[in-house]
Design a protein around this ligand. Structure first.
Ligand SMILES: Cc1cc2nc3c(=O)[nH]c(=O)nc-3n(C[C@H](O)[C@H](O)[C@H](O)COP(=O)(O)OP(=O)(O)OC[C@H]3O[C@@H](n4cnc5c(N)ncnc54)[C@H](O)[C@@H]3O)c2cc1C
Ligand SMILES: NC(=O)c1ccc[n+]([C@@H]2O[C@H](COP(=O)([O-])OP(=O)(O)OC[C@H]3O[C@@H](n4cnc5c(N)ncnc54)[C@H](O)[C@@H]3O)[C@@H](O)[C@H]2O)c1
Length: 476
């Protein structure tokens, strides 16, 4: 065994999105850095996360578009070749991964250590290649891995996760999807559109973390295509041709199960008990999300590893904050975090933005737009979905929103930007809205907020009672 000891100002554990950002920003501060990873295979986002899943969704949207074309008088019959679909997914995915690997290769010589790390003592890491690292500060950026609930261990050979599903050569004929979080929902809809018989199960009562009303709207839309069983934790059993799932009022056989039951952080193998950190009940260090510091130690935690906001843009920002502060310790800088924004790339897309108030909180008002009657949505043949905007009752300041709507990913961004800019509903209405667009739908909800808060609407704007199209709900 090798017993070399590497010394650095900042050691970063994990070369994913958060770890790469942390290393880069620590180095920018003048720190001598080390980046430790057993694989250096590319980030989760590029290899088995955001990018391949969106590639699969793009293929599914193409099939769905062809199928729905008849509504427009265009006759087309899609033939989905699963092998071709998966080949394109992997070909383009590999291009994204290549870009990440080029960035890693360009790191200063001696920065990367190919190994798994765990804490031996505060500031001291033991590597599984027998080497050690001593560092003034450590950044934990070890990401997360798919959960496999215990009952599924007996059928594991037929369970796909995000780590394996994009490696399929051909699509299964039938797929049971466990979990109606963003992962399960996106994959279930995509697979259904590609011709796979899909059923989706979730132990809880909501889709994609949406509040009740928006979740119910999305449920109604998606279940027109495939079955979703909520409050349902099926029991799996081995079957000669796959896996049998049994639940309270049904049973079915599936070729494969796709597991989307969450991704707990990769912390267990780190021996955090040796790091001198204060841990919560789940074994996650207590940390400050404005500095990423764990307690008052020279240890920082970023990305999925802290389970705070397990999303790509958050991993990137957290890595940046952690890397800068690890290098400058104890001279820490704190920063306000961005407005929370999560989007599930279903059709219609589902999103939660900012703060969703409790139903019985009288300090807020809610404006709603129903896209069933929104002009552009009707034109597109996607007239369904809803957006719910929440504002402070005292002054109409927008605080949060949830939606499932056509163009939802774009509407969600506009709303996040308005909320982060601390706009009131009245100020939002003063902004330009082009016609005919899905964005116009938001005017209905904004006007409703203004009316409920007693806010004046901009005097110079014509309050067209039928926003968007000559259709739509009468103005309030
Ligand atoms: C299917 C799927 C789709 C997704 N889609 C989206 C999306 O559309 N939009 C979005 O915002 N987010 C999406 N996400 C979430 C997003 O991918 C993650 O939030 C993000 O990639 C997390 O980055 P990270 O740096 O924390 O972790 P990772 O990129 O996973 O990096 C962690 C690294 O740590 C290393 N490591 C682990 N343990 C050790 C150890 N002991 N020693 C050394 N190294 C170690 C690993 O090898 C790995 O390289 C998706 C996730 C999945 C699974
Ligand atoms: N568009 C996106 O941003 C996107 C897409 C995919 C994944 N992701 C990220 O990937 C991670 C994993 O996503 P996810 O959807 O798996 O996690 P999640 O935690 O959001 O959802 C998991 C779901 O599984 C259910 N569940 C757990 N155990 C179950 C069981 N035994 N039976 C039935 N249901 C069960 C839970 O009730 C929950 O609804 C998250 O961090 C997410 O942010 C993001």
């Amino acid at each position: 065994m090798n017993t070399d000891t590497h010394r650095a100002d900042v050691a970063v554990i994990g070369a994913g999105t958060a770890g790469l950002a942390a290393e880069r920003h620590a180095r920018r501060e003048g720190a001598r850095t080390l980046l430790i990873d057993p694989d250096f295979a590319g980030t989760t986002c590029a290899t088995v996360g955001c990018m391949p899943s969106k590639l699969l969704i793009a293929a599914a949207e193409a099939a769905d578009g062809a199928r729905r074309a008849v509504e427009f008088g265009v006759h087309a019959a899609p033939h989905v070749n699963g092998r071709d679909v998966m080949q394109r997914v992997r070909r383009l995915r590999d291009d994204f991964v290549r870009g990440v690997l080029e960035d890693i290769t360009a790191l200063p010589e001696g920065t990367c250590i190919r190994a798994s790390a765990r804490f031996e003592a505060p500031g001291v890491l033991a590597l599984d290649n027998g080497e050690r690292v001593e560092a003034r500060s450590v950044v934990i950026a070890t990401g997360a891995s798919p959960a496999l609930p215990a009952p599924y261990e007996a059928v594991a050979q037929n369970v796909l996760t995000n780590a394996t599903v994009f490696g399929l050569d051909v699509l299964p004929e039938t797929l049971g999807v466990i979990g109606a979080g963003p992962l399960g929902l996106e994959m279930a809809q995509a697979m259904h559109r590609l011709g796979v018989r899909v059923e989706l199960f979730d132990a809880g009562d909501r889709l994609a973390g949406l509040p009740a009303e928006s979740s119910a709207a999305l449920f109604d839309i998606l279940t027109q295509s495939f079955s979703i069983h909520l409050n349902c934790k099926p029991d799996p059993a081995p079957h000669p041709e796959g896996v049998a799932l049994r639940w309270r009022d049904g049973e079915a056989r599936f070729d494969r199960i796709l597991m989307g039951a969450g991704r707990p952080p990769n912390l267990k193998s780190l021996a955090l008990e040796n790091a001198g950190l204060d841990l919560d009940d789940h074994g996650t260090p207590h940390f400050d999300p404005t500095t990423m510091q764990c307690g008052d130690a020279p240890v920082f935690i970023a990305g999925d590893a802290n389970h705070h906001r397990p999303l790509l843009h958050e991993a990137s920002q957290e890595g940046t904050i952690a890397g800068r502060n690890a290098a400058a310790f104890p001279d820490l800088r704190s920063t306000a975090r961005k407005v929370p924004l999560s989007i599930a790339f279903t059709q219609p897309a589902a999103a939660v933005i900012g703060t969703i108030p409790e139903e019985d909180d009288s300090g807020h008002v809610t404006g709603v737009v129903d896209f069933a009657d929104q002009g552009r949505a009707v034109v597109m043949g996607q007239a369904h979905g809803v957006a719910r905007l929440h504002a402070r009752a005292s002054d109409g300041k927008l605080i949060g929103a949830s939606l499932c709507a056509p163009g939802g990913e774009h509407l969600a961004h506009l709303l996040a930007w308005l909320i982060q800019g601390e706009a009131t509903a009245s100020e939002a209405l003063e902004l330009p809205f082009y016609h005919p667009t899905l964005e116009e739908g938001l005017k209905t909800a904004l006007r409703e907020v203004c009316a409920q808060c007693g806010l004046e609407r901009p005097w110079q704007r014509d309050d067209d009672p039928r926003p968007g199209s000559g259709r739509g709900r009468p103005d309030k």
